[in-house]
Structures are given as structure tokens and as C-alpha cells.
Design a protein. Structure first.
Length: 324
């Protein structure tokens, strides 16, 4: 069984397992190991390099290189060893890896916890639930703010947590998929503009922007196609995408957020608190109607259809290469 065929089958099987099982908290996740490696290296490299702006930036670059190398090399070596024993063993293991790389059901499950809390009318429980999936401070959020944060997270992570890792996995197998997850995790943990992460997180944040540049834009186009299948307002989705896709400090985050806002007729983004500091942010979308907590499952349906379209695209391209 060649690499292309094995990685194609593993991607399909891994996607199916993710749809069924999601991310059980009882099973240790490789991304947690990557996170611990990042934390260890951050503390270690802060001691090794000078405690200056330049020293911390260099430390961040070294941290990024080491984490990326380890995150790619370990699964690549394990799969190579399994292939030597049995191609079927390698397929089984890579399928499990693909399951761990993708996060469609986990994204739905965690966001629907916010929906359930809002539906029950428990504002404190809702704030806690949304704090598990967003980086902003949630203590000041009202019901609309909580809902908006959850919808924005589903929209943004349609690219970061589902489409982008699927694309990288389709191109280079599970090893490249884990490399992407490492890049994304470093940005999540270190990519802040406030101290103490401003300098050491610079390289991780910029590299995340580079790695997500193409996937974010492809995700936005696939989301527009998904909006067609779901009979949403695609004309407005395209209009808001063209107008607001740059209304974010990140070059990538507003790509899918703008499409989602347009398709659902919502206004997303705006000012938000991070680590006790108010960040002034531009709005994305127009207020065609007031946001409601039912928009969370709507965003999840949009995410799932986008994921299916991405899977079909990846499989089609890989099958084309198999036939050549």
C-alpha cells in the first residue's frame, strides 16, 4: 500500500471516527503533549536567552523550530516503523492520528454546551462554557456577547480546527497534519500582544498567519458553497466576505467569520477584553437581525457541511494523483 493510498484511506477513516466519537476527554490527546512541550520550552528558553526584546524573539524562533520538528518527526518515524511491520498496522495508526488531528465534532460539542447553558437561562454557566473555547475574558459578557463569541469561534475554527488540518493531512499525511496542529497550538498559547508573550510569541504568531493564509481563504470559499447547499443568503455572504474579510488584526481570522456573518445576517466581532485589557476591534457583518442563541447550532451546521465539502475536495485531488 503506497503512501498516497494509505493517507487517503486514513483521512477518510479518521474523519468518520471524528464524526462518531469526537474528542473523548478520557483519552490522552497528542496536542496536550505538544502543549506541554511548548510550556517546557518556553520556561527553559526564557532562562537560556537574554531577558531582552531581541532575546525573547530569538527564543520564540528557536521554540517554534524545535516544536515543529518534533511534532512532525515523531509521527513520521512511528508510521515508518509500523509500515515496516505491516502496511495495515500503519493504516490503522494513521487513521487514529487523523482522527486526533481533526476537530469537527469536538468544536460542535463544546459550542453546543454554550447553547445548552444559554437555553437554560444560566448566564454564569454560559460564561464558563464559552470561556472553554475562547481566549477573551468572559466575565463581562451578556447573553448576546456569549452567543457572539461562540458563533465567532465556530466560524474561525472551521478553518483552524477542521479545514486547515484536513488540507495539511491530505497533502503530507498525519505527520504534516501534526506539524500544522503544533503551529496552531503555539499561536493559541503564545500568540498574544500583551506581556509576557508579546516578544516570545512573535514568531509563532507570524508563522501561524503564513500557514493559514491559503487554508483560510479556501475555507471561506467552501463555506460559501456550503451556504448554497443550506439555502442561506449566499449573495450577502459574498458581499460581506469581500467587504469585511480584512476587518481583523489577523490576516486570516475574518475570512470565515465574514462569510458566516453574511450568510446568517449577523454582526460579529467588535471590542473585546483580553487579559484585562480592552482591545478595540472592527465589526464584521451587518445587523440584519439581532443575534440569538439558536445561531450557534446554525453555525455548527455550516461548519459540518463545509467540512464535508473539504473532504470531497481533498479526496478528489488525491484520487487524481493516484490515477496519474
Amino acid at each position: 500500500m503506497g503512501f498516497l493510498k494509505r493517507s487517503l484511506l486514513a483521512l477518510i477513516i479518521g474523519f468518520a471516527i471524528d464524526l462518531l466519537a469526537g474528542d473523548p476527554h478520557s483519552i490522552p490527546h497528542p496536542v496536550m503533549i505538544i502543549g506541554k512541550l511548548i510550556s517546557f520550552l518556553e520556561k527553559t528558553l526564557r532562562q537560556v536567552f537574554p531577558k531582552t526584546e531581541q532575546g525573547e524573539k530569538i527564543a520564540g524562533g528557536v521554540l517554534w523550530a524545535v516544536v515543529v520538528l518534533v511534532s512532525w518527526a515523531v509521527p513520521a518515524f512511528v508510521l515508518w516503523g509500523c509500515e515496516k511491520i505491516s502496511p495495515w498496522l500503519a493504516l490503522v495508526l494513521e487513521s487514529v492520528m487523523c482522527w486526533q488531528i481533526l476537530a469537527a465534532k469536538s468544536l460542535q460539542d463544546e459550542s453546543m454546551k454554550v447553547y445548552a447553558a444559554l437555553e437554560s437561562g444560566d448566564l454564569e454557566k454560559s460564561r464558563y462554557a464559552v470561556s472553554m473555547i475562547v481566549g477573551r475574558d468572559t466575565q463581562r459578557l451578556d447573553e448576546a456577547g456569549i452567543t457572539r463569541a461562540a458563533v465567532e469561534t465556530v466560524a474561525e475554527n472551521t478553518s483552524d480546527g477542521v479545514i486547515a488540518p484536513m488540507l495539511f493531512t491530505a497533502v503530507g499525511g498525519a505527520a504534516l497534519g501534526f506539524l500544522y496542529k503544533a503551529v496552531n497550538t503555539m499561536d493559541s498559547m503564545l500568540g498574544y500582544v500583551e506581556p509576557p508573550f508579546k516578544n516570545i510569541g512573535l514568531v509563532p504568531a507570524k508563522m501561524d498567519d503564513i500557514f493559514n493564509f491559503v487554508p483560510a481563504r479556501l475555507s471561506a470559499l467552501l463555506m460559501l458553497a456550503a451556504g448554497t447547499l443550506l439555502k442561506l443568503d449566499v449573495k450577502n455572504g459574498w458581499r460581506i466576505f469581500r467587504r469585511d474579510r480584512r476587518n481583523h488584526a489577523s490576516p486570516n481570522s475574518a475570512q470565515t467569520e465574514s462569510v458566516c456573518a453574511g450568510l446568517l445576517g449577523l454582526r460579529l466581532a467588535g471590542d473585546a477584553w483580553y487579559h484585562g485589557v480592552l482591545h478595540q476591534k472592527m465589526y464584521i457583518g451587518d445587523t440584519a437581525r439581532e443575534i440569538e442563541y439558536q445561531d450557534i447550532p446554525r453555525a455548527c451546521r455550516l461548519m459540518y457541511v463545509t467540512a464535508w465539502l473539504s473532504l470531497f475536495l481533498c479526496c478528489g485531488i488525491k484520487m487524481l494523483f493516484l490515477w496519474i
